[in-house]
Design a binder for this molecule. Structure first.
Ligand SMILES: Cc1cc2nc3c(=O)[nH]c(=O)nc-3n(C[C@H](O)[C@H](O)[C@H](O)COP(=O)(O)OP(=O)(O)OC[C@H]3O[C@@H](n4cnc5c(N)ncnc54)[C@H](O)[C@@H]3O)c2cc1C
Length: 418
């Protein structure tokens, strides 16, 4: 029987990344359930329009090693466009307000502005007290008024969960961390943005994030249309469909683990894993009125969508027939008739083209999630079985964070196999 070294399960960004990191050091075979690579970053073509089936993926990273790694696969100048975020928030009863809202307090209606100034003065007097959950963090850093008019309604739509139950650790690196001084400075100077990861971003000229997945799939041994639904321990090897591997890197969904490696290691964690919370996303492709924005955030309770992603502005090749396109995100599944009702009242008159529901898009952690998954990971690692990726680790990873996790895990594995 042929012995390959490492099986990677899943050709999303995590699986593709680690397969590249390890392919010079081991024989790596990737199994992908779908007929194409990409996982959450997959795109389709609908009537000549590019359709991100989930969101509207853009790329950037604050880490130089990730950027260096990423650009070793692509021609930044010729294959990508670079853009600055031009996002707005559609507030109830207000004009569109610039994003992030804390830098655009000066554009709000006078009574709101005064309340927010009062909040900021209060925070300055009190100092920052340590926050233990997401809601506390937002109130302590931005004050109650910004929390009530924007942060609470917007985040409630995405997470559909009590924000006091979201631990801060979960959102590390994703949260804006401006001080009161930053907020004042940015308002006085009309500075639009913070230096956050997607304040400026790269986007493939053609084929959106599918271009990334297709390129990263090149040069790898990938078996498509190969759902792995049983992994057996045979002596010191792991066996998939009669093929033996020294190591498994699982980049699928941790909720499938107990079915795949039955009885083994995972049983004690089954109840914990079954209870892991998450949301799905309905992503609607629309034609939309021309506008200059990249993202339009919708905290307004009148809409059940939380944001419009103007993918037509990311690359002109995403559009056709001079019509601009966007994807609109709704948390969880929405029937077509509700989508139509919602689109009718939204800004920029979106016209429905198609929609798609993805059941696993947002993993939700509680205070125990990371710790318990950490213990399970270290038990599995002793058996040469590794968890990597958004739903394998139940982490709120962006693509760049998934690449970081892949680079870090590959270093750990290279130490063992060298
Ligand atoms: C709405 C939304 C918008 C986002 N926007 C951005 C953005 O703009 N920029 C950004 O950087 N990040 C963004 N992200 C995050 C990004 O999508 C993820 O970080 C990334 O795609 C996760 O990749 P992954 O490989 O870990 O998981 P996945 O993409 O879920 O890949 C898992 C793969 O494993 C395969 N698989 C699963 N089980 C099996 C099995 N048993 N056998 C074989 N194959 C299997 C699946 O088919 C899939 O291809 C966004 C996420 C969402 C939900």
């Amino acid at each position: 029987m042929e012995i390959s070294d490492i099986a990677v399960i899943g050709a999303g960004i995590s699986g593709l990344s680690i397969a590249h990191c390890l392919k010079e050091h081991a024989q790596v075979k990737v199994f992908e359930a779908d007929v194409q690579p990409g996982g959450l970053i997959k795109c389709d073509n609908v009537n000549g329009y590019l359709y991100h089936k989930v969101g509207g993926h853009v790329f950037n990273s604050k880490r130089q090693d990730v950027l260096d790694w990423f650009w070793s696969f692509f021609d930044k100048q010729n294959e990508f466009v670079q853009a600055s975020r031009n996002a707005v928030i559609s507030m109830p009863g207000q004009q569109l307000v610039g994003y992030p809202i804390e830098n655009h307090i000066y554009t709000l209606e006078t009574s709101l502005m005064k309340k927010i100034i009062g909040d900021l003065l209060y925070i300055t007097k009190q100092g920052y007290t340590p926050a233990i959950n997401f809601e506390e963090f937002l109130k302590i850093h931005f004050g109650n008024t910004l929390f009530d008019i924007y942060f609470q309604p917007y985040n409630k739509k995405i997470w559909k969960t009590n924000l006091t139950e979201i631990p801060l650790s979960w959102l590390e690196g994703k949260l804006p961390m401006p001080t009161i001084e930053d907020i004042l400075y940015n308002n006085f100077n009309r500075e639009k943005d913070h230096n956050m990861v997607h304040s400026s971003f790269y986007y493939a000229k053609n084929n959106g994030s599918q271009f990334l997945a297709n390129r990263l799939a090149e040069g790898l041994d990938i078996s498509f249309n190969s759902i792995v639904n049983a992994i057996k321990r045979v002596g010191k090897f792991w066996e998939i469909n009669g093929e033996q591997f020294d190591k498994i890197i699982f980049c699928g969904n941790i909720k499938d683990l107990s079915k795949i490696i039955r009885g083994f290691y995972v049983n004690t964690y089954k109840c914990f894993i079954d209870n892991l919370a998450y949301h799905g996303t309905t992503t609607v492709l629309c034609e939309i009125e021309q506008n200059p924005y990249s993202w339009i955030y919708l905290p307004d309770k009148a809409y059940s969508a939380h944001r419009i992603i103007c993918t037509g502005n990311f690359s002109p090749f995403n559009n056709c027939n001079d019509k601009m396109t966007a994807t609109i995100e709704f948390t969880d599944e929405l029937p077509k008739r509700d989508i139509d009702l919602q689109l009718n009242k939204m800004p920029f008159s979106p016209k429905y083209l198609t929609h798609h529901y993805t059941p696993y898009t947002y993993p939700i952690q509680n205070a125990n999630t990371r710790k318990t998954i950490g213990v399970l990971k270290s038990e599995l690692e002793k058996e040469n079985f590794y968890l990597l990726g958004r739903f394998a680790e139940w982490e709120y990873y962006n693509m760049d964070a998934a690449i970081v996790a892949a680079i870090d895990l590959s270093k750990q594995i290279k130490q063992i196999i060298k």
